[in-house]
Unconditional design. Structure first.
Length: 214
């Protein structure tokens, strides 16, 4: 990961992403120990936290007890913290690869997405399908993804599985079926027909896929 130093008053500051703060169990106001060998900078959570009550429950447990709707990271008991961190850190670039490298068809996006997606408007030209992907594309590129609902997290996992299948040379129909098998839809029963219809629309072998123009 490459980060850029920014100004903070007369000093330079390093912005630490939310996902790294969670991984290191840090929060605003936490004390850290910094060491260097002249080439590298090592940052650790300090064992001594001013005003910290060691008998207090961890922040994640407190947040779970206080929130009526826990985040996806708290509800998914099968995903470790390291796996969740890896998934979140690679989600934006991974989806961009699906868009730019393989020009993910709208039908595939609709089949893997957790909610209804706006169909492309033919009047907007050959790149109209990109506008239908824009809301998710923007959302997954912001810190909002760190507070995913279970359905949103499942969508990120499906695109992750789809990406891995495409890397292995799978067709779109194969990649879609694999992603849905790995991470089933978290939808209401009434939406099952919608998912089946979307899956039937996934491009089959020999079907030209939409692509980005130069």
């Amino acid at each position: 990961m490459r980060k850029k130093l920014v100004w903070s008053g007369n000093s330079a500051a390093l912005v630490i992403d939310t996902v790294l703060l969670r991984l290191l169990k840090l929060k605003v106001g936490s004390y850290v120990d910094i060491a260097t060998d002249g080439h590298s900078l090592v940052l650790r959570k300090s064992e001594i936290q001013s005003g910290d009550d060691s008998s207090r429950a961890p922040a994640r447990e407190a947040a779970r007890n206080a929130s009526p709707e826990p985040s996806a990271t708290e509800t998914d008991g099968q995903m470790s913290e390291a796996e969740w961190t890896r998934l979140m850190m690679r989600a934006p670039a991974l989806f961009e690869q699906l868009v730019r490298r393989w020009s993910i068809p709208f039908e595939v996006f609709q089949a893997l997405y957790h909610g209804p997606a706006k169909a492309p408007d033919p009047a907007r030209g050959p790149l109209a399908w990109l506008s239908s992907l824009a809301p998710y594309r923007h959302w997954v590129d912001t810190d909002a993804r760190y507070d995913s609902t279970p359905a949103q997290l499942a969508t990120i996992q499906r695109f992750d599985a789809c990406y891995e299948a495409k890397l292995d040379g799978a067709r779109w129909d194969q990649a879609t079926a694999y992603a849905l098998q790995q991470v089933p839809m978290l939808r209401e029963p009434d939406d099952v027909d919608t998912v089946a219809t979307a899956l039937q629309s996934v491009p089959q072998p020999g079907t030209p896929a939409q692509s980005l123009s130069s």
